[in-house]
Ligand binder design. Structure first.
Ligand SMILES: [Zn+2]
Length: 70
């Protein structure tokens, strides 16, 4: 069986900044994965819009990673 101890499973959802409406593919941790917990701390959450610089309170953007929308 393949070892998954260091793997973080993620889901990608479309997301848009509430300030500048920039669109992203936001990477979120997959829910319900029991071995995810210890590894979440290793990831720096992005809190805010990387396009206009608005913080999380106004942009409502938070994710493990923000990818450009296709
Ligand atoms: Zn923005």
């Amino acid at each position: 069986m393949q070892k998954l101890e260091d793997v973080v499973l993620a889901e990608i959802h479309p997301l848009a900044c509430h300030v500048c409406t920039a669109r992203f593919q936001a990477v979120y941790p997959a829910p319900g994965i029991p071995f995810f917990g210890p590894h979440l701390a290793a990831h720096q959450l992005i809190r805010g819009c990387t396009v206009c610089g608005s913080d999380f309170a106004t942009s409502r953007l938070q994710a493990l990673a923000l990818l450009p929308a296709p």
